[in-house]
Design a protein around this ligand. Structure first.
Ligand code: SIN
Ligand code: FE2
Length: 213
């Protein structure tokens, strides 16, 4: 099989126990997803938040849903209200909640009902250091991650920070679902390479859906 032919086939790969890459899973609804992101970020604009250690993140963020992930000098947490506006985060658009639920089900997690959708925006050079997602109350629920725009290198490690991560290319429309035994793995995003995506421009957008409350 030629490399070109191979790259046009849907990729559905196991990344580890209880973790799957669903290649292109979001493509059928991608225009509606981008419209929904534009509406959310018009009401709750992207901002670069500060870590408890005092560093400004290279990734700009917004949220929709009942709970939004925030960080400031006081720590990481989920908050019902956008600290910039003092208003509740925009409601999670149905197209987003439905996409997350269908992807989770396709990966073996039935009845996923996310209440938090973090929207990450990466421009060239932006990165996310290896971390674990552990601010959610009940970690039996999976994480669903949707990639849009420029391709990024996802670092998918192990339960120890020192475990060498797999490097997984995440392209426009790809969805990763991880939970169960991999729910607490260290993961991150390598510095984004500059480029121009025909639909999304010079950036990568990422949605991460969680049951936080
Ligand atoms: C995250 O770990 O919260 C984001 C991962 C990504 O941007 O793909
Ligand atoms: Fe994360």
């Amino acid at each position: 099989m030629s490399p070109d032919l191979f790259s046009t086939l849907p990729r559905d790969e196991t990344l580890g126990e209880d973790a799957r890459l669903l290649g292109g899973f979001a493509l059928p609804v991608v225009n509606d997803v981008l419209t929904a992101i534009a509406a959310v970020t018009a009401a709750a604009p992207f901002r670069q938040m500060v870590t408890p250690g005092g560093y400004r993140m290279s990734v700009a963020m917004s949220n929709c849903g009942a709970a939004g992930w925030v960080t400031d000098r006081k720590g990481y947490r989920y908050a019902p209200v956008d600290p910039d506006s003092g208003k509740p985060w925009p409601a999670m658009p149905t197209v987003l909640a439905d996409l997350a639920q269908r992807a989770a089900a396709a990966a073996g997690y039935a009845d996923f009902a996310p209440d938090a959708c973090l929207i990450n925006r990466y421009v060239a050079g932006a990165r996310m250091a290896l971390h674990q997602d552990k601010d959610e109350r009940d970690q039996t629920h999976p994480i669903v991650s949707v990639s849009l725009g420029l391709t990024a290198t996802f670092l998918f490690g192990g339960l120890a920070r020192a475990d060498k991560p797999q490097r997984v290319a995440l392209a426009h429309g790809d969805v990763v679902v991880w939970g169960g035994a991999t729910r607490r793995v260290f993961h991150g995003i390598a510095p984004l390479k500059a480029g121009e995506h025909p639909l999304v421009g010079a950036q990568r957008l990422n949605l991460t859906f969680r049951k936080a409350l």
